[in-house]
Design a protein around this ligand. Structure first.
Ligand code: PEP
Ligand code: MN
Length: 361
């Protein structure tokens, strides 16, 4: 079992190179007591870096937007009392100056900041000459170049210790995740930039506690180096991201349950290839669904035309024509007759159902 993270890429971070590198702490610093309670309890886990949002980028106004500078004093106290490294999100140059002033050990760039080259450039310039470790979250949209571009802007001002954080991508369609993992994107980043440590943030991918273990395991199977997981002393009452936070003790259990598989390059190559192909299948299935939706809409329109002209729904000659055409085409594509019949019968039946609905409306 391999349990060491890549020592060469974490060279100079001052970390204990046990895999996974664990970054944990609340979504937001809320009170001194909450910050300290979380930190003390995290000391019983393998957490090495304590995270807490001080300035919170919220999607909608009138949500809790962070405690601001006073929270930086609490982070300092965490460091002094527990010895944990500390990190917070900086979203502009001012945040960067303040964080440096209060001795935060590492910074992270949030997903809403990585998308914006102007802001990244400003932050980079504010940090010029200060070689502080930085975690760069992926941009909210699945664009690997934008992610790399932000990392490069930071490297250009002399920052040498950078890790990428995969926190998932926004999507319009409803799915089981808060932010779709699109694993192909971090995999592609790893291919292009094998020198960068890669951390997964299951909390923001999941949006809910029940998925954290599964996502963390997947990240380990894909050979990620670390995990950033939001932890709160009383998650249900957290002031932000309550549904996805877990207690420090639950984090301990999650980490104990992880299976760290042997990660020789052969098996990683295999896992990556499989992920890539699954990504392709997902895209094609989505296209199939969209095509079926379009087809049903047209069928409904046909139903209306038939209704207006008092024509019956089932037109046997037309159905024979369709099925014969596709049986023949199916042969040339290597599909069995049974598959083509079942497929078109199911589609045809659904069309008839839609048309019947229109007729009866
Ligand atoms: C967070 O880590 O609390 C956060 C706001 O993250 P993201 O930028 O991934 O949304
Ligand atoms: Mn959060």
């Amino acid at each position: 079992m391999e349990t060491a993270i890549n020592k060469t890429i974490f060279e100079g971070w001052g970390l204990d190179c046990t895999r996974p590198l664990v970054i944990a702490g609340p979504c937001s610093a809320e009170t001194e007591e909450q910050v300290m309670d979380t930190a003390r309890r995290l000391k019983n886990t393998s957490t090495q870096i304590y995270r807490a949002g001080i300035w919170k980028p919220r999607t909608r106004p009138n949500s809790f937007e962070g405690v601001g500078v006073k929270g930086l004093k609490w982070l300092k106290q965490v460091k002094e009392e527990t010895g944990l490294f500390t990190t917070t999100e900086v979203a502009n140059a001012q945040h960067a100056y303040e964080a440096l002033k209060y001795g935060v050990d590492m910074l992270w760039i949030g997903a809403r900041t990585t998308v914006n080259p102007f802001t990244i450039q400003e932050i980079a310039e504010a940090l010029s000459g200060v070689d502080i470790p930085i975690f760069v979250k992926n941009p909210v949209n699945p664009d690997v170049d934008l992610w790399i571009g932000s990392i490069e802007r930071l490297q250009k001002v002399g920052i040498t210790r950078i890790a990428a954080v995969h926190r998932g991508f926004s999507s319009f369609s409803e799915n089981r995740y808060r932010n779709s993992p699109n694993w192909q994107i971090p995999i592609e980043l790893k291919r292009l930039r094998p020198d960068l440590p890669m951390v997964c943030d299951p909390s923001h991918i999941a949006g809910k506690r029940s998925l954290l273990q599964e996502i963390a395991q997947k990240a380990m199977d894909l050979n990620f180096d670390g995990l950033m997981i939001e932890t709160h002393p009383d998650p249900d009452f957290a002031w932000s991201d309550a549904k996805q936070q877990i207690t420090p003790e639950e984090l301990g259990t999650l980490l104990d349950n992880l299976i760290l598989r042997k990660t020789d390059t052969g098996s990683i190559g295999f896992i990556h290839k499989l992920e890539e192909l699954r990504g392709e299948i997902d895209r094609l299935d989505q296209e199939l669904m969209n095509t079926l939706e379009d087809r049903m809409k047209v069928a409904t329109k046909i139903g209306l035309v038939k209704k207006e002209n008092s024509v019956t729904i089932l037109q046997p000659a037309r159905w024979d024509q369709i099925i014969s055409k596709y049986l023949e085409e199916g042969h040339s594509k290597g599909f069995s007759d049974e598959f083509i019949r079942k497929l078109f019968m199911a589609i045809h039946q659904e069309s008839i159902n839609m048309q019947t609905k229109v007729m009866n409306d």
